[in-house]
Write a protein that binds this ligand. Structure first.
Ligand SMILES: Cc1ncc(COP(=O)(O)O)c(C=O)c1O
Length: 405
């Protein structure tokens, strides 16, 4: 029988990254592709004690259905953390626990987007958000960005000229894919503009606490006087992604809508996962764990930058992120990253070509590199192989150009 799918499935494609991750399961492959945290930092011994404590304290209720909003002690911890650490005053009722922040992105699409509505996003932006929103059939419109964030005059022009803008989706801290962070001044100016236009902003913030250099910059949510910012957080990068625990923090009327949308999706997030994280937070010091994460990622970023400086031609440019998991490379214009990836696969190293992070396409000479998931010597070796493949392509293209002359 031939299945007849909904029209919304037409625009959905298998994520390039998910496909690549299949190759990276082979241990000999150096993967700089996925956004995987360093598994050796997951606190296994502590989590054994946590699992026991949860079963002793909560018994069968840990295995029972629970509320859609989420486990109260966990919501309370998140509200406190957002208020005290991020300067975004948050009440426990403003927090909804979700199955990873990825679910919150999907629920955002379900809540706001009708076919043909416009989502404004950074250029480039997080591929997982594009894929989640695509199911709701919006039009994406890229807003140019520079090293300080979204270019506010370009945003303003689109907000004034384009009809049906429903959402502005942004990742201001150590962005996936570029590793860039918005300056404070840019955040303030961005908030002035969106306030004037009364548009909903989704601030996707998985990486802000993974800062290993420089001073923290307050989130947009901390400047949100009108209740128009939906802040998305997650334990994936500061703890372990396998628990699938994230959250949306927003004004109460918005949270109530998210609750309705979530009920149709999964009723609630895993009860036992929520209890285990809340118990971990009460028994152990997550900041000590975070310090280890920052130390390891900083060393890996340094190793990658050192190797890139040696291996890439002078005409290549790359970002130097002060936190997060990724950096972004712009290769010479005649190097096509998808072709480069094929050559790198033969050499046992993988990365993500940058073109798929742009809803309008193009930018085929860009790549995203992840540095959190490989030890320094493997990063250095991966960069050597990447550098050799780039040089090979450049040599062939200049030989081709000479022949053409
Ligand atoms: C910008 C961004 N948002 C959301 C997510 C999803 O994270 P989670 O594991 O919380 O679903 C990721 C994961 O890499 C991400 O980079």
């Amino acid at each position: 029988m031939e299945s007849r799918f909904a029209r919304r499935m037409d625009g959905l494609r298998a994520s390039e990254i998910r496909e690549l991750l299949k190759v990276t399961e082979r241990p000999e492959v150096i993967s700089l592709a996925g956004g995987l945290p360093a598994a050796e930092l997951f606190p296994v011994e502590e989590l054994k004690a946590v699992a026991l404590r949860v079963l002793e304290e909560h018994g069968r209720s840990a295995m029972q259905y629970s509320t859609t909003e989420g486990h109260l002690p966990l919501r309370a911890w998140i509200a406190r953390r957002m208020t005290e650490r991020l300067g975004a005053t948050t009440n426990v009722d403003d927090v909804l626990i979700t199955s990873g922040s990825q679910q919150a992105i999907d629920l955002t699409g379900k809540l706001f987007l009708d076919e043909g509505d416009v989502v404004l996003c950074e250029s480039p932006t997080y591929l997982g958000a594009l894929n989640a929103f695509r199911a709701y059939q919006p039009r994406f419109m890229e807003v140019p960005t520079d090293d300080e964030g979204m270019i506010v005059s370009e945003l303003e022009r689109r907000l004034a000229d384009v009809r049906r803008v429903k959402l502005v989706y942004v990742v201001p801290d150590f962005q996936n894919p570029t590793g860039r962070t918005w300056s404070l001044e840019r955040r303030r100016r961005f908030m002035e503009v969106v306030r004037r236009h009364g548009v909903t902003v989704v601030e996707d913030c998985p990486y802000s606490e993974v800062r290993f250099e420089g001073m923290p910059i307050p989130p947009l949510k901390s400047m949100d006087a009108a209740g128009q910012v939906v802040f998305l957080g997650t334990f994936s990068k500061v703890f372990c992604p396998g628990f699938r625990i994230g959250w949306a923090a927003a004004s109460r009327p918005l949270v109530e809508k998210y609750v309705l949308a979530k009920q149709g999706s999964d009723l609630h997030t895993s009860t036992i996962s929520q209890m285990e994280i809340a118990t971990y937070l009460s028994m152990f010091d997550i900041d000590a764990n975070l310090r280890r994460i920052r130390e390891v990622y900083r060393a890996r970023r340094d190793a990658m930058i050192r190797a890139l400086e040696q291996e890439l031609p002078a005409s290549a440019r790359f970002t130097r992120p002060q936190g997060g998991l990724f950096l972004w490379v712009e290769l010479p214009p005649n190097v096509n990253a998808r072709e480069l990836l094929q050559r790198c696969l033969e050499r046992g190293v993988v990365f993500v070509p940058g073109g798929s992070f742009f809803p309008d396409g193009g930018h085929e000479n860009t790549i995203r590199l992840n540095y959190s998931n490989m030890p320094e010597e493997r990063i250095a070796e991966g960069m050597r192989r990447l550098g050799a493949a780039v040089r090979e392509m450049l040599a062939q293209s200049s030989a081709g150009a000479r022949r053409a002359v």
